[in-house]
Ligand binder design. Structure first.
Ligand SMILES: NC(=O)c1ccc[n+]([C@@H]2O[C@H](COP(=O)([O-])OP(=O)(O)OC[C@H]3O[C@@H](n4cnc5c(N)ncnc54)[C@H](OP(=O)(O)O)[C@@H]3O)[C@@H](O)[C@H]2O)c1
Length: 262
């Protein structure tokens, strides 16, 4: 049996096939948690599962699931729940679409809203209710520093992350005293497949401010374990998240537009 802060606990991590999600799964397994890995690319999940079993001697399950589909989310919950109680839920799966709002096909934005918003709320409801009944749970919602100001060329994505930030902080307040806590992680630019999936070419800001996914995951798990409501990883991201609150709103929007321009 592994030793660590989460030894004997069971964690579900969505979006574990890549980037921040894979790093979070590694970090939770290092803390001794058994892990359920969720994403669409099953081969990648299987490779990560082998690594985690080998390195940390924890139990790892792989669940291939398209979180854009409400029926798939229900089935995921039923399957995972049938295998035992869940102590930690990490809602990390998500993607952005870069470009002028009117040029982006609705179908892609509908999928974004399903994965980044609806799936996160849906899984929080399903697993959160079960956690509350047991009197213990830790939920990590992955937002973005894009949540703190409107972001032209990421208009829908940024608004979705503002939703995640507000939703996560609100339910953490609601659940006080229940034994269940919700931490919201707001990463800044992180080196993952995110920008390639979003269709954004690297610019000066992206190239020079990126954090490693492992560093983000390490700070996130420490925040989760200490019951923090909101975690912004890295000094640059922390300063930026405070700075935009002090700026007049129009200037904050202009600044975000400049930073995201290709
Ligand atoms: N990288 C950044 O700069 C940055 C900054 C702030 C916030 N974030 C947030 O961090 C989270 C993780 O992103 P990342 O940077 O690690 O990007 P990534 O490397 O592209 O990983 C995204 C993950 O989400 C999963 N996913 C996407 N659509 C899915 C679907 N329909 N069903 C199930 N899983 C799905 C992907 O798995 P499959 O493709 O295998 O399904 C993948 O595992 C996201 O919520 C993102 O918005 C990232």
């Amino acid at each position: 049996m592994s030793k660590g802060h989460l030894a004997g606990r069971r964690a579900v991590v969505t979006g574990a096939s890549s980037g921040i999600g894979a790093a979070l799964a590694r970090r939770l397994a290092a803390e001794g948690a058994d892990v359920v890995l969720v994403a669409r690319r099953e081969e990648r999940l299987r490779a990560l599962a082998e690594e985690l079993v080998r390195q940390h001697r924890v139990a790892v399950e792989v669940k291939a699931c398209d979180l854009a589909r409400p029926d798939a989310r229900e089935a995921l919950f039923a399957e995972v729940n049938a295998g035992g109680a869940v102590d930690v839920l990490v809602n990390n799966a998500g993607f952005g679409v870069h470009g002028a709002f009117l040029s982006i096909p609705w179908e892609r934005e509908r999928e974004l809203l399903e994965v980044d918003v609806a799936a996160l709320v849906h899984l929080t409801k399903l697993f959160g209710q079960a956690m509350t009944r047991r009197g213990f749970g830790r939920i990590l919602q992955v937002s973005s520093i894009g949540a703190f100001q409107p972001t032209p060329t990421y208009a829908v994505y940024g608004a979705a992350k503002a939703f995640v930030q507000n939703f996560g902080e609100a339910i953490d307040h609601e659940m006080k005293g229940s034994g269940v806590r919700c931490t919201v992680l707001a990463p800044g630019v992180t080196t993952t497949e995110f920008h390639q999936v979003a269709g954004q070419k690297p610019n000066f800001f992206l190239t020079n401010t990126a954090m490693a996914a492992e560093a983000v995951a390490d700070i996130a798990v420490r925040g989760l374990l200490s019951g923090r409501r909101s975690v912004v990883p890295g000094i640059m991201n922390t300063l930026t998240s405070w700075f935009v609150r002090l700026l007049p709103r129009r200037q904050a929007v202009s600044m975000a537009a400049r930073l995201m321009a290709e």
